[in-house]
Design a protein around this ligand. Sequence first.
Ligand code: FAD
Length: 518
Amino acid sequence: MKYEYQLRVSPEQAAKKELLLREVSKHSGISTEEIRHIEILKRSIDARQQAVKINLKVDVYVNESMKETPLELPEYPNVRDKEEVFIIGAGPAGLFAALRCIELGKKPVIIERGKDVRDRRRDLKALNIEHVVNEDSNYCFGEGGAGTYSDGKLYTRSKKRGDVNRVLELLVAFGATSEILVDAHPHIGTNKLPAIIASIREKIIEMGGEVLFETRVTDILIENDTIKGIKTLKGEHFNAKNIILATGHSARDIFELLHRKRIKIEAKPFALGVRIEHPQQLIDKIQYKCDDRGEFLPPSPYSIVKQIGGRGMYSFCMCPGGVIAPCATSPGEVVTNGWSPSKRDQPTSNSGIVVELRLNDFKAFGDSPLAAMEFQKSIEQAAWLYGGKTQRVPAQKMVDFVEGRISANLPETSYKPGITSVDLKNVFPEFIHSTLQQGFKEFGKAMRGYYTNEAIIHAPESRTSSPVRIPRDPKTFEHIQIKGLFPCGEGAGYAGGIISAAIDGEKCVESCIRLMNS
Ligand code: FAD
């Protein structure tokens, strides 16, 4: 027999089996001897009160053991000789499109400009240590896309739980911890993601799909508004009737290509600001309301949003116990983002703090569909210039930033290439700078202790979402003008984050195959 219960326990009771057993017994009235197994279905942390509690939803098995049913992969057919679907980009959108493509009996051919997860590491090292930006292999480009060397946070605002669970279960079947099915805010960690991505690729190849690395797409061939083929930098030519275009938010050459070929694209508002780093202990103190979080609570995240002068200003992609990474995709620019290992055991926490932008903000760059992208680029280039024309980023202590003072010295940072003390008003347009200045004071009122010179502001955080939308039919997901072209994932403007990109990849290929079969 199995019974479901909801209970609130201390972090220690949630962490230790024998204490949890006693709590469940007390709560349910079932003796500890009768309880064979407790399965945690959902877990969330409630830090609103002085004493932090863990909310649990559990299944309690009485007088019978739980039947372990390990998550299995779908029955993938061999598609070696089947009709091809071309997928450009091996990020979450491209990889999950390929898996679904196989499930539906077609052969995916993934074309990826970057390297596989192992070789990609060397380029990340060169970026961090030698300040060398490889335009095809960096934190955004390469196997697994922008998600590979990330925090691997897996939460999404998607309301369709079925779709989300399907992606989470696939990730577990490919090697992720099953804890991601339980936690309210699941994450995987940079150290674990590459192996999961590699096993997805191995399955795609085993079932007859193809994955071409170090193959940058440079042209999409079109006749009579219909997809005909793909050209690559190496000079290869593929005949293609269908393309899932999943090239991510940083593939500026793809946006430029589409614009040059008069394929309809639109400027899209996004958010831009800075990445801020605090000591993790300080964030724990604020969030858990105690001096030391102890051994049973994880490093605390935070999430904050305020309206400042009519604009939203909010935390983005917060990484507890994490590191700030250099995420430029071309020489001559600097970009920050963050990652953390699965244990989130670094001494610092970082978060993007960004200001909502509107189409009107890009008018200095004309009314081209690339105006938002050019605006984004101009700030990344200014930051590169002021940072010292390397991958060092311009930085300022938080109170100094708000009070308009250049920081006389800067504390240590997790950002490996290094930081340069700069007055960041030189990097940002006035409206972004002043919104951030006001906003940080407001954040300090909402989270006492947050507003401090112990925090370092790194500039800029600029790749929060795509600056371009590639318009598609809402029902078929096909481009509104080009037959056989399926704009997909974050770069096309239809996803934000690993899970929503993966879901969009599945949806695009399902529609593509439905149209192929009709
Ligand atoms: P991408 O992942 O950007 O993949 C696009 C792929 O297309 C890339 O591999 C690229 O090399 C390839 N490509 C581009 N142009 C071409 C071309 N011309 N020819 C061939 N291939 C091409 N999201 C979360 O949900 N949780 C997180 O914790 C998180 N942390 C992040 C941390 C970092 C450091 C970064 C950079 C991003 C993070 N994100 C996170 C965002 C997340 O990674 C993206 O939302 C997601 O990867 C988007 O998926 P996608 O498949 O649409 O595009």
